[in-house]
Structures are given as structure tokens and as C-alpha cells.
Design a protein around this ligand. Structure first.
Ligand code: HEC
Length: 159
């Protein structure tokens, strides 16, 4: 009796392991659509708002992955469940702010976006912490924050 029970216990944990492994393998088949739409030449945020090279470089490293139509996908984005987590961040991020959508906005809407941006930066809310774990280089330094805040404040003044 004892022997049989022990045997059952082992095969149960083996079974759970096999099921988990199968699920892990099966979810690899899911391929979320990639966020890579070419922006027409001259229509990007960087062209319309005469973004300086320095500011654009900071935005490219720290913000565009989740707030533009073009995400720079790392190798692990091919692995589930990372691909899903990333897709969720990109969809949620773009819903709140998509730099590529800004050019045709009216001045009131633009101003409200610029104010939101400076607020998020001042409060150290962006880039998201979970993103910084894997993208240490995207963390904004003091001087980056100052450059971005000055730039978006100057845009808000002009609108
Ligand atoms: C890893 C993805 C990611 C990165 C990188 C990122 N964001 Fe976000 N951002 C989000 C998500 C998701 C939301 C919506 C949910 C939230 O507010 O937490 C958001 C929301 C926002 C909002 C709207 C906040 C509000 O008032 O509702 C602003 C503004 C913003 N981000 C600016 C930035 C700026 C500026 C950068 C670069 C310095 C940046 N984000 C980098 C994912 C990201």
C-alpha cells in the first residue's frame, strides 16, 4: 500500500510538470502583432516639432518603445509571456500618449499632453520601473530630465 501511494505521488508531480511544460511550449505559438508602422517622411514628431538631436536621442532611448508607432524589440520579445507583457505596455502606453499621433493635434490637446509629460518626468513615473529592470540605460539622469522638461515647457509656451 505504502509503496503504491509513493509511486502515485511522484507521477502526479511529474504530470503537473509535463502540463506546465506543455502550456509553456504552447503559448510560444502566440505571436502578438508587432508595433512597427513606418511613419511617413517628414510627418514624425521629431520633424514637426523641431526636436533637437539631444532631446530626440533621450526620447528614443527612454520613451518611444511604448509611446510611438515603432518599438525597438529586444530578443526576449520573441519569448512568451514576455511578448504579451510588452504588448500590454505598448497598447496602454500608446493609448495615453503616442508621439507619432501628436502632430495634427490642436493646441489645447497638445498643451495638455506636454503638461502630462513634464509631470510624469518630474515625478519619476516614466519610464516604467519594470522597463528599467531590463533597460538600465533608459533611466533619466538629472540632466536628461532638465533637458526634456525645458523642451516640453517651451513647446507648451509656444502653443
Ligand atoms: C515600458 C513602456 C513605457 C515607457 C518606456 C514609457 N512609458 Fe509612459 N506610459 C506607459 C504606460 C503603460 C502608461 C499608461 C499607464 C500608466 O499611466 O502607468 C504610460 C503613461 C504615460 C503618460 C500619461 C500619464 C497620465 O497622465 O495618464 C505620459 C505623459 C507618459 N507615459 C510619458 C512617458 C515619457 C515622457 C516617457 C519617457 C521618459 C515614457 N512615458 C516612457 C509605458 C511606458
Amino acid at each position: 500500500m505504502e509503496g503504491i501511494r509513493k509511486k502515485n505521488a511522484i507521477s502526479k508531480s511529474k504530470l503537473i510538470f509535463m502540463v506546465l511544460l506543455t502550456v509553456l511550449l504552447l503559448i510560444q505559438l502566440a505571436r502578438p502583432e508587432k508595433n512597427t508602422t513606418a511613419t511617413p517622411a517628414g510627418k514624425a514628431f521629431v520633424d514637426t516639432f523641431k526636436v533637437g538631436e539631444q532631446v530626440n536621442a533621450i526620447l528614443a532611448v527612454s520613451c518611444y518603445d511604448c509611446h510611438s508607432n515603432n518599438t525597438n524589440y529586444p530578443w526576449y520579445s520573441e519569448i512568451q509571456p514576455m511578448a504579451w507583457l510588452m504588448e500590454k505596455h505598448i497598447l496602454d502606453g500608446k493609448e495615453k500618449l503616442n508621439f507619432d499621433d501628436l502632430p495634427p493635434y490642436g493646441s489645447r490637446r497638445l498643451n495638455s499632453k506636454f503638461t502630462q509629460i513634464t509631470k510624469q518626468i518630474e515625478q519619476d513615473k516614466m519610464p516604467l520601473n519594470s522597463y528599467l529592470w531590463l533597460h538600465e540605460g533608459a533611466r533619466l539622469r538629472m540632466e536628461d530630465k532638465k533637458l526634456l522638461i525645458d523642451y516640453f515647457n517651451s513647446l507648451a509656451d509656444n502653443e
